[in-house]
Design a protein around this ligand. Structure first.
Ligand code: GLC
Length: 455
């Protein structure tokens, strides 16, 4: 159970160390190129969809190439859609013939993914959708259709158990699509216990449905709410980077605009935007995590889209040089740095991640109370001269040209853990406004006139 103050158990430390995971949305829906929800969103005919799904045979799927790309891109783990809302299974489930193993490909894609990614040294995550749009009983629920519901519930539980017993160690499990059911219908609590028995180290997300017994009051009554307040090991802000105070968290984000699986002709977010999301997660994180699960929707024939690869590798190259500011870092929000970029900390170091380079030789960093030992432009390895005046750090000798197209990073090594002062702790919009009044009074007087004097 989650408490406000928690320490991350040893066997979950890999997650905060990792910071950066690759989300993979891939299934027969990729053939349509209109998102993973095309069946429902366009109200397609199920029979036609199933025929096309069953004929799907992605000839270029090469999981080792995916894994090698993921490693080069700096991802430390991945999460693969084993079954999305359309119900098609990407493994050889004993409970259905609607799978990649029993239809055209005759391949267990989950096994291939797990083997290749594990061999490449990545941690393994599996995505699994509760909802299956084909099953009326899922929507009717246990009250209207007790028998039908029981079949669905045991189908779901059995499949999850399959996934956790066939493929060796699973590190991360991402439930999705819980609406309109809740944790009590799904018996999530019982399933969770079983999952932990099968995979003692596993991290399970919070999309387990509202639980009347475990969750507190919720304004929406929990009906249709996908997330549990208390169940699950990590929070999953989607398209958002918001801190979950109660547990580890991982923001899931698309590299395109809105949809998760491959979309024909979609726009792509630029590499600096994607990297900024990673830095934002690290900055907002800390002991409670702050990971980015960055998505790719491979093409129907099984390839990572070149637009994705190009961006991912650019970020990977950046991480090779600047990774110490991200992997295993603690959160930032220390000095007053919002004007220039983001910041993280690790041990005695403060990392300034600079969004844009203005070409000036000096930079002032306000509100650093610690004594500084050394300042390094991590991007080039160059030692930078500096001076401390009160709580202001002046960094000097900065090159006129930006040292990288992405974000240059300056490492500030302090004598102890980097500390800030009251301004840094309270930030601009928090704390006692008397502090700002005092500053205004001492700096500029009391009136609206240019000289600050009363008339
Ligand atoms: C949503 C969507 C789904 C996607 C998921 C990723 O809940 O229903 O299509 O897989 O988010 O977090």
């Amino acid at each position: 159970m989650i408490s406000q103050q928690f320490t991350v158990p040893e066997h979950w430390k890999w997650f905060t160390e990792a910071r950066y995971g690759m989300f993979i949305h891939w299934g027969p829906y990729a053939q349509y190129g209109r998102g993973e929800q095309v069946l429902f969103r366009e109200h397609l005919d199920q029979e036609e969809y199933a025929a096309q799904a069953s004929a799907w045979n992605p000839e270029h799927f090469d999981p080792e190439l995916w894994a090698a790309t993921a490693v080069k891109a700096g991802f430390k783990y991945a999460c693969f859609t084993t079954r999305h809302h359309d119900g098609y299974c990407m493994w050889d489930s004993a409970y259905t013939d609607y799978s990649s193993a029993r239809q055209a490909p005759k391949r267990d894609f989950v096994r291939e993914y797990v083997d290749a990614f594990r061999k490449a040294g990545l941690r393994i995550g599996l995505y699994y959708s509760w909802i299956d749009w084909r099953l009326p009983a899922y929507f009717e629920g246990p009250e209207k259709d007790p028998e039908g519901w029981e079949k669905v519930r045991s189908y779901l539980h059995n499949q999850v158990k399959e996934l956790l017993t066939r493929y060796g160690r699973i590190d991360h499990f991402f439930f999705d699509g819980v609406w309109p059911r809740n944790a009590d219908d799904l018996q999530s609590v019982e399933l969770l216990a079983e999952m932990r028995r099968l995979q003692p180290g596993i991290l399970i997300n919070n999309r387990l449905g509202y639980s009347a017994e475990h969750d507190g009051y919720r304004a929406d009554g929990g009906v249709g709410a996908g997330d549990s307040d208390t169940l699950g090991d990590f929070g999953t802000p989607e398209h958002l980077i918001t801190v979950d105070q109660r547990r580890l968290w991982e923001s899931c984000q698309v590299t395109t605009w809105r949809l998760w699986s491959h979309v024909f002709g979609e726009r792509w977010r630029p590499a600096d935007y994607l990297l900024d999301m990673l830095c934002e997660c690290a900055e907002k994180g800390g002991a409670h995590g702050g990971n980015l699960l960055l998505n790719v929707g491979p093409t129907a024939d099984g390839q990572l889209p070149p637009e994705f690869v190009q961006r991912a590798l650019a970020i990977g190259k950046w991480l090779e040089v600047h990774g110490e500011a991200i992997y295993g870092s603690d959160g930032g929000f220390l000095t007053e740095f919002i004007t220039r970029g983001r910041q993280t900390t690790k041990n005695n170091c403060l990392y300034l991640i600079i969004r844009f380079w203005d070409g000036r030789p000096e930079m002032r960093v306000a509100d650093l109370a610690s004594k500084v030992k050394a300042v390094t432009l991590l991007t080039t390895g160059q030692a930078l001269p500096f001076e401390q005046r009160g709580d202001d750090l002046w960094i000097k000798g900065l090159p006129a040209e930006a040292p990288t197209h992405l974000f240059p990073v300056i490492r500030v090594e302090c004598e102890g853990r980097p500390a800030t002062n009251q301004w840094g702790r309270e930030r601009l919009w928090e704390g006692d406004p008397a502090r700002v009044a005092e500053w205004a009074r001492s700096q500029r007087g009391t009136s609206v006139y240019r000289d600050g004097r009363e008339r």
